[in-house]
Design a protein around this ligand. Structure first.
Ligand code: GBH
Length: 480
């Protein structure tokens, strides 16, 4: 909740903003870049709202120097971006493309010159199409290709990159890409999604090993997960609690187990036994995956309420899909996600800062000593440009305030949180929702590609430059 006293964050707490290659770069067919699965998917009619693609996006590829000025003017300590694999290694194997590499190399040098830490993600969902054609993430070969790509990038950008993040939200890559098909490559094959999840984990481990073999054991290596905060609809209902346990297993345990505990959770193996025998997990894989992380990146947007479907009436799914459609929740076809009461963002997602605190507390409890970084948090709202030419996005300011305050509460209770990155620096291509949903603290006019700071950008600048959370007037989200 909004309060009136300013909360102070540690001097060395890292404040940043985040983006991802396909969502901002455009220049899809320039500089030797080949199509990724998102080019193919977005160019397929019916996959993305209004048929929009990332062909131009924010044209960041050509306007990166201007965007860097915004990053500097915001006073950010760090900038989190991702590297387009098919821009730097067009065939997903073989030699690097010097023109693609130069783009990121120039960006990294310019960030360093400005005293801003480059935090690079190697994979934010844009698999080279050639690798998908060869089987994609359900194929083990893709993990090996990813490890090789990581090695080449470590050799090229090396320790100029402050922190190497291997993957962004592998849950989305595996279960939205190969389970529900809502994301590229749009395959609806539940069991293949489990194989994809394992090969993403394996790819992370191979990449971590490759980066450290090039840069030494001190290289800062991380992974970003969208960890789901799962709550039973009726805490008194054993069936709802069991539904929540299963969603936690296939939403969280499938990554946290191998990455941080060296094994897939027993209950996940049991829950999915009728779908797969997990024979894609080979000897030695878990040792490869279970390597030290410098920190764990956490993306948080909202909590999930889950309910066991009792077969009566129409099942409710918060994202609007029907229970009869392909589900991203492999093996949990009988679990509903009822729409939540209360305020929502333009994505239809709820607004629940308590989930942020709960998530950080749980991770701290289960993995003591593991440093945490919020690598994404933010909200889409229906922004409008006022007569004065400004964007008075007081809802986004309130959302950011309340969630950053929730991070502070978790830190007060002992969570070791080292940084926070707002999603996103710029309005951008919001995947299956195209340009319809705006997450930026900086507005992008998609006709002129002009950038305009929203009120949230000015507010965030005050926070990052003072390390104090500027108080905001309490807001009634629901009344808007
Ligand atoms: C992040 O993912 C991405 O990293 C980023 O690129 C994106 O722009 C940003 O968030 C905003 O969307 O209804 O069962 O299908 C978002 C994480 C994961 C949140 C899937 C919504 C819906 C689960 N999303 N989740 S389901």
């Amino acid at each position: 909740m909004a309060d009136t006293t300013a909360r102070t964050f540690p001097e060395d707490f890292v404040w940043g903003a985040a983006t991802a290659s396909y969502q901002i770069e455009g220049a899809a067919d320039e500089g030797g870049r080949t199509p990724s699965i998102w080019d193919t998917f977005s160019r397929t009619p019916g996959k993305v709202l209004n048929g929009e693609t990332g062909d131009v996006a924010d044209d960041h590829y050509h306007r990166w120097a201007e965007d860097l000025e915004h990053i500097k003017n915001l006073g950010l300590d760090a900038y989190r971006f991702s590297i387009s694999w098919s821009r730097v290694q067009p065939h997903g194997s073989g030699p690097l493309n010097p023109e693609g590499v130069a783009f990121y190399s120039n960006l990294v040098d310019a960030l360093l010159e400005a005293g801003i830490k480059p935090v690079a993600t190697l994979y934010h969902w844009d698999l080279p199409q050639e690798l998908e054609d060869a089987g994609g993430w359900p194929a083990r070969e893709t993990a090996e290709r990813f490890g090789e790509y990581a090695r080449l990038m470590a050799e090229t950008l090396g320790d100029r990159v402050h922190t190497w993040t291997t993957l962004n939200e592998p849950w989305c890559s595996a279960f939205l890409g190969y389970g529900s098909g809502a994301h590229a490559p749009g395959r609806k094959e539940g069991p293949a999604a489990l194989a994809a999840a394992h090969h993403l984990n394996l790819g992370h481990g191979l990449a971590a090993r490759a980066i450290r073999s090039v840069l030494g054991d001190d290289a800062r290596v991380s992974i970003t997960l969208n960890i789901h905060v799962v709550r039973p609809h009726d805490t008194q209902s054993a069936a709802d609690r069991e539904a929540a346990r299963r969603i936690d297993a296939v939403g969280n345990g499938v990554f946290l187990g191998p990455l941080l505990e060296g094994a897939y959770p027993e209950n996940l193996l049991a829950d999915t036994a009728s779908l797969t025998d997990w024979s894609f997990v080979q000897d030695g894989d878990l040792e490869t995956i279970h390597v030290p992380l410098t920190n764990l990146g956490v993306n948080y947007y909202d909590t999930n309420i889950v309910k066991a479907f009792d077969g009566e009436g129409t099942p409710e799914m918060a994202d609007g899909h029907k229970v009869t459609d392909a589900t991203p929740w492999t093996g949990c076809e009988d679990v509903e996600f009822p729409a939540k009461p209360g305020p929502h963002t333009a994505m239809g997602w709820g607004i629940d800062p308590t989930g942020m605190t709960e998530l950080l507390a749980r991770l701290t409890d289960r993995y003591p000593g593991l440093p945490l970084v919020i690598t994404e948090n933010g909200a889409a709202f229906a922004d409008t440009v006022s007569e004065d030419g400004r964007v008075h996005d007081d809802m986004r300011v309130a959302y950011l305030h309340d969630h950053i305050d929730a991070v502070g509460q978790a830190m007060d209770a002992g969570a070791d949180v080292r940084g926070y990155f707002a999603w996103s620096l710029l309005d951008n291509f919001e995947w299956a929702w195209g340009y319809d949903r705006r997450f930026g603290i900086i507005r992008v006019d998609y006709d002129t590609l002009e950038r305009t700071w929203k009120d949230s950008a000015f507010w965030y600048r005050t926070l990052v430059t003072t390390k104090q959370l500027p108080p905001v007037a309490p807001i009634d989200y629901a009344g808007r």
